[in-house]
Design a protein around this ligand. Sequence first.
Ligand SMILES: [Zn+2]
Length: 151
Amino acid sequence: MKFILTKELGRLCKWLRIMGFDASYFPEAEKRELIIKSLQGERVILTRDSKMAVYSGIRMLHIKSDFVKEQVRQVVAELNIKPDRNKFFTICVICNTPLKKVKKSDIKDKVPPYVYQTQDSFMRCDVCERIYWQGTHWTNVGEFFDKLKIN
Ligand SMILES: [Zn+2]
């Protein structure tokens, strides 16, 4: 399942990407553009905007809460998603590009020395060149989902 989110849902978008979902986010786009993009990409629109018009053929979920944990919970429950921890951190949180495994030796100069010494598995985004590893943010993500009790 792929998503497109309206501008007020930037944090939810980040969490969907952390879970490994393809989630588009165009904070500058007009609603009409988002609808066209959702149809072209077969994406479910997630929005806080209860006035967003519903057209036939569009899948849309109106997000009820302002709190990101509740938002994640609602998406998972109402769209019947099964978060798979094996897919976590497979998509760039910044730019929604699938990450690629990189050799440790290739990123030696690009991560802090402590990280280089203590981590063995690294992923890189080819578009924005951000590097990911299973460090503290991974633990935080685990706690986030433990608290949600959705996985
Ligand atoms: Zn990226």
